[in-house]
Each structure stands twice: as C-alpha cells, then as structure tokens.
Ligand binder design. Structure first.
Ligand code: TYM
Length: 353
C-alpha cells in the first residue's frame, strides 16, 4: 500500500497495520448519498484492517463562510452521522480538524513548497471561483494545501475518497515527494483508494454533475431524509425519453446513475439490475431504487437520532479522537520543524555581549 515508510529515528516506527485517513466537510443539510457510497462506507469497512483516522474538515468548511452557530451545530451532528454510518470510535480516531492546530501549521509549511501555478490548476478552485467576479478567497485557493497537510500529518498510506478528490491527492503526493527530496525522508507518499463504482454519484435533477451537499436541492438524497422525501426525489429524477433500463452513461446519464445507485445500495451487480428490469417501465424501476435507498438509510436515521440525544458523548468521542490524533500530529510536526530549521522554543538565544 505504501510507497515509503518513515526512516528517521525521530519519527514513529512503522505501524503494524497500514494507516488510513480521510475527511469530510461538516456542510450541507446532512451528508448525501455520494458521500456515503463514494467515501464513508469504505471508511467503515477498513476499520479492522487498518489504523484509521477520520475527521470533520471544519477549517475547510470555512471557505463557504457558514454561520458560526450553524457550523458548531453541524460539526457535532456530522460526528453523529459518521458514527451512525458505521464509523466506530472504538476502532478509529474520529476528530475535528480545528482541534489540532498542527493542521494549519503544516499547511503553511507546505504552502511554501507549492507553486502558484500548481495551486491555480486545481479543478475545484477553477470551478468554484477562479473568476475575479466570484468573490473567491485566498482560503479557497489554499484549500488543497490544507488538505495535503491533513493527509501527510498522519503518514497515511491510503486515503479513501470519491473521484472528485483525486487531483487533490495528486498534489499531496507531489508535495510529499518534494519535501522528502529537499529535507530528507519525512512523509509517507499516500495512495488514493477510490471505489470501482459509486465514486461519482450524480445529481438526480442534473445527471451531468455530481451530487453535492453544497448545492443540495431536489437532486440530492440526504442521508437523513425521511423515506417519503427520498421516494419523491427518486420519483422525480430526470431520465430520458426512452423506455429501456439500460446502462449507458453517455446516452442515458440519469438512468445509468439510478442503476449505479440501486446496484451499490442493494449490493446487486449492474448487469443483474439491467436483466431484472428488462421490459419494465421507468416507474417500477424508480420504485425499486427508492426502496433500496430507504432501506439503506433507515438504520442510519434511527442510530443518528439515538446519538444526537447525548451530545456530551459526541463531544467526548471528538475529544478522545483528538487526543489520539494529536500524538501522531505532534510527532510529525516535531520532525518537520526540526528539518526545516525552526528554532525550538526551549532554546535560549544568547544575550548580546
Ligand atoms: P467532501 O466533504 O466534499 O466529501 C466527502 C467525501 O465524499 C466524496 N463525495 C462523493 N463521492 C461520490 N459521489 C459524490 N457525488 C460525492 N460527493 C462527495 C468526496 O470525494 C469525499 O471523499 N476536500 C474534502 C475534505 C477533506 C479531505 C481531507 C478528504 C479535507 N481534508 C483529507 C480526504 C483527505 C471534501 O471537501 O470532501
């Protein structure tokens, strides 16, 4: 899994199990189906085989300038959602990014190794706000560098993400290699883990673009939507003028997206879905998709409600996660500070004669 392992005696010895790290922004009304199928279900599945770190990217959420009260509440409810989706704090460190100031510190260091042109080429930045009229901030520009810091901090071997995050992972790998070449072996060069299917779930109303918590609307299936809302959204999903339930992403993007959703939500291969609905109408097919999503999310909603009834316990989970993550973060940062030549605060500068 890993390309390189720590060699410096000042850093932690190689872990027995591979390290996995990933993050999610606590934005939107809740997490959406794409977050689950593209990322969080893989997180939940990796917890036995890997040493896992999963965090809420609240600093990244600031690029959307959320209302402060809303961000606070959403960070806690996001923790409940992750746990309800199967992330287990007994096996994984679950924490809020802002609880570890080392993330912002490492982001600055890495930013000093990042080319301006290199950061300008990031698709997410170009899409969200490269034009001068968009009001794009330096924070949005810097976003991928902070993400690189999140990953490299934990010496992660593998980063389970959806397709849209691939380019940020590439930048992270480049920065790790650049740092290692300049200052000596320090960072593990991480690899992406992108699922074969479900890594790019599309919006139900506009199947040309990905489902997104930032955009929301009738084309987004929230993990916490009530069953009747999920059913309505699936029933109103945009399809095409044809009648055949056939997988063809270019000619039938809406139907193909729904087939992927049914396949992934029910664990049935797409070919089997196609066979099952040969000759059936779009109405029957959509009803089956809606049922599968309702069934997938029903236990999540129930568990979420239980977890939210005890906010103190959620805070304790985040505090415990931050303590576990903090040990690794501080080990990494101590080595980084030393290698780049920062004077340790305990060293007294001699007084002038
Ligand atoms: P975020 O919060 O947008 O999304 C969290 C995860 O969900 C995946 N995802 C999708 N997968 C399939 N189909 C979709 N429609 C879909 N929408 C979202 C994303 O690819 C992601 O894996 N920048 C990150 C957060 C982050 C991070 C990190 C991730 C910050 N630091 C370090 C990994 C490692 C983001 O905005 O994810």
């Amino acid at each position: 899994m890993s390309e390189s392992r720590l060699e410096s005696p000042s850093l932690a010895a190689p872990a027995a199990r591979p390290r996995v790290l990933s993050g999610i922004r606590p934005t939107g009304a809740a997490f959406q189906l794409g977050n689950y199928l593209g990322a969080v279900r893989h997180w939940a599945a990796m917890q036995d085989e890997a040493e896992c770190f999963f965090f809420l990217a609240d600093l990244h959420a600031l690029t959307e300038v959320p209302d402060p009260e809303r961000l606070r509440a959403r960070t806690r409810s996001s923790a409940a959602e992750l746990l309800a989706m199967g992330v287990d704090p007994a096996r994984s460190a679950v924490f809020a990014q802002s609880h570890l100031p080392q993330h912002a510190e490492l982001a600055w260091v890495l930013g000093c190794l990042t080319g301006f042109g290199e950061a300008s080429r990031m698709t997410q930045f170009k899409e969200k706000g490269a034009s001068s009229s968009s009001g794009a901030t330096v924070g949005l520009f810097y976003y991928p560098v902070l993400q690189a810091a999140d990953i490299l901090m934990y010496q992660a071997d593998s980063v389970p993400i959806g397709e849209d995050q691939r380019q940020h992972l590439e930048l992270t790998r480049d920065l790790a290699q650049r740092f290692n070449a300049r200052y000596g072996q320090t960072f593990v060069v991480p690899g992406p883990y992108v699922g074969k299917a479900g890594a790019r779930i599309k919006d139900l109303q506009e199947p040309g673009r990905k489902m997104s918590k930032t955009i929301g609307g009738a084309g987004t299936l929230w993990v916490l939507d009530e069953p009747k809302v999920l059913m309505k959204k699936v029933r109103s999903a945009v399809t095409d003028t044809g009648r055949e339930v056939v997988f063809d992403v270019d000619a039938k993007p809406g139907i193909s997206n729904l087939m992927t959703i049914l396949s992934e939500a029910s664990g049935t291969p797409v070919d089997d879905v196609q066979q099952r609905f040969a000759g059936a109408g779009y109405g029957d097919f959509k009803a089956a998709v809606a049922d599968a999503v309702v069934e997938l999310f029903a236990p999540v909603r129930a568990r979420y409600a239980e977890l939210m009834s005890d906010p103190g316990e959620l805070d304790r989970v985040l505090a415990d996660g931050a303590a576990r993550a903090g040990e690794v973060a501080e080990t990494t940062m101590a080595a980084v500070r030393d290698r780049i030549g920062l004077l340790p605060p305990s060293v007294r500068v001699p007084a002038p004669l």
